[in-house]
Design a protein around this ligand. Structure first.
Ligand code: SF4
Length: 503
């Protein structure tokens, strides 16, 4: 069965083992929960998943509950092997430890070596150049190499990218385009996790943010597969068109809700995309084809964006996280840290923050275009925001958040990941959601008591970064719009006064 495999809490599926009978070491480290103030449901999910995996492995597992990883490893006599873990800090830890063999990372469709070879062909003198590290190129390359949604050398259906079909506003009736997702049922392991977390909190040892609540996300491979199959059978067809839309009362819409299971390592993303491929071909053969824009859009998220963000975390190096190209130094405001949606009047921000408090999850557009957009406009420190997302979201990990938040959402890398900042005014949120109708602000107004904080904040952001963005071709038009605003001084003064007070 080979050496004992040490699996971290985000390496829980069988694809992190070489052999079904391999002995396994799992460590439950309390110190991890003191390092950051995590969402209560995230702490629950991670502990529950670890303990469920231990229960499945039975006699094959050594399960150690200690304060630090070091204390656990000091109790282990036999040699260990580990798949390269997912953060710079944890890689340092395993590399420093004598007697631990570090293997290539798993849990992604493409390998680090594949990405390095792909990216190496697109850089000059070893310096990464954003233009040439396009996600679209990487994704097409990965689809070819892994034969996903391919028809020989061509993409199935003749087109690589169907994003233009996937930008519709929410359904006009305000209802979700898909049926309710499948939900897991808690068991006695969850009960013990809940009691332990209550005790740790009562002892003052750790503290959490967000609501406790029934567990919404899978903790075993079986649960994760049930969620995936339910999505493929009932929800995938509706995923594409409204994937960027938001509805105040329908927070799941047609999203798959599998990112926490993927990031815990319960589901193998290669299995997911091949399964999507098979389900699509079955629907074709049955004469009732699933919409290709939904199938392609979902595949793009799982093997395109997710793998790309993972590889950039390593490829762009340790210091990438410290990028701050727009000199944003405001701290994350307390009302955001505390997920205090009650303090906020702005209907979109309050609604999204309330969803995060309740579930530890919202889909990618509330993250990017409401929470991230707000932080970008208000000049909140990019790394502090990445840490906030890491702590507050059930699927948040360092590798996910650094490139997504510092790079894509806060434009702090100066344009390596995204050619222009994801800043948008209230008109975007009004078009893509039903929030504005019930809001005390007016998305069309930039000045006055009812001036939308996103619309006014957008102009304040452009004015503050006018010089920094002047060389960016894609910002030429917005910046020239700035020059035509007669009330700009008053808007800027108003937004400086508002700052990061709860809007
Ligand atoms: Fe958000 Fe502005 Fe719309 Fe209110 S008016 S919901 S603050 S975008």
């Amino acid at each position: 069965p080979g050496t004992t495999r040490w699996c971290f809490a985000d390496q829980l599926g069988p694809h992190f083992l070489d052999h079904p009978d391999q002995p396994v070491l799992l460590v439950e480290s309390r110190a991890v929960f003191r390092r950051m103030r995590f969402h209560r449901q995230k702490a629950h999910l991670v502990l529950s998943a670890l303990r469920h995996r231990a229960a499945e492995l039975g006699e094959r597992v050594t399960y150690l509950q200690t304060d630090t990883y070091g204390q656990a490893l000091d109790q282990v006599r036999e040699p260990l092997s580990v798949c390269a873990p997912t953060s710079w800090g944890s890689r340092d830890l395993v590399l420093r430890r004598p007697g631990v063999q570090v293997l290539a990372a798993r849990g992604f469709v493409t390998s680090e070596a594949d990405f390095a070879a792909w990216a190496g062909r697109r850089t000059r003198g070893g310096r990464p150049s954003g233009r040439r590290l396009l996600m679209e190129d990487f994704y097409r390359d990965a689809r070819r190499r892994h034969d996903v949604l391919m028809d020989g050398a061509e993409p199935l259906g003749g087109t690589w990218n169907l994003d233009h079909d996937n930008r519709e506003p929410p359904p006009a009736d305000g209802r979700s385009p898909a049926p309710e997702p499948w939900w897991p049922v808690e068991d006695e392991i969850d009960e013990r996790v809940r009691a332990d977390l209550d005790r740790w909190e009562a002892d003052g040892d750790v503290s959490f943010v967000g609501d406790d609540g029934p567990r919404l996300f899978p903790v075993t491979q079986a649960e994760a597969r049930t969620r995936l199959e339910d999505f493929l059978a009932h929800r995938l067809g509706a995923f594409g068109p409204h994937e960027d839309a938001m509805l105040a009362g329908e927070r799941w819409l047609a999203h798959s809700l599998i990112s926490p299971a993927l990031n815990l390592g319960l589901l193998d993303p290669a299995e997911v995309v091949h399964r999507v491929d098979a389900v699509y071909r079955e629907s074709l053969a049955a004469g009732d084809p699933l919409p290709l824009n939904s199938v392609e859009g979902f595949t793009r998220q799982v093997m395109g964006w997710r793998d790309y963000i993972w590889h950039l975390y390593w490829y762009l190096g340790r210091d990438y996280r410290h990028g701050n190209a727009l000199a944003a130094h405001e701290p994350v405001p307390d009302w955001m840290t505390e997920l205090d949606d009650g303090a906020v009047d702005a209907a979109c921000l309050s609604g999204v923050l309330g969803d995060v408090r309740r579930d530890g999850w919202v889909h990618h557009i509330p993250r990017l275009m409401v929470l991230g957009n707000y932080a970008l406009q208000r000049g909140i420190d990019p790394l502090a925001m990445a840490d906030w997302f890491h702590a507050s979201f059930v699927d948040g990990y360092d590798w996910v958040m650094v490139a997504n938040v510092v790079g894509m959402s806060q434009h702090a890398d100066g344009g390596v990941l995204a050619t222009k900042p994801y800043a948008a005014g209230g008109a975007y949120i009004d078009r893509m959601s039903d929030y504005c109708g019930g809001c005390r602000y007016d998305p069309k107004k930039r000045l006055g008591d009812d001036a939308c904080p996103f619309t006014a904040g957008y102009w304040g952001f452009l004015e503050r970064n006018r010089e920094r963005l002047a060389g960016n071709q894609r910002m030429r038009q917005p910046l020239s719009g700035l020059g035509r605003l007669k009330d700009l001084d008053a808007v800027v003064e108003q937004e400086q006064r508002r700052g990061t007070q709860p809007p």
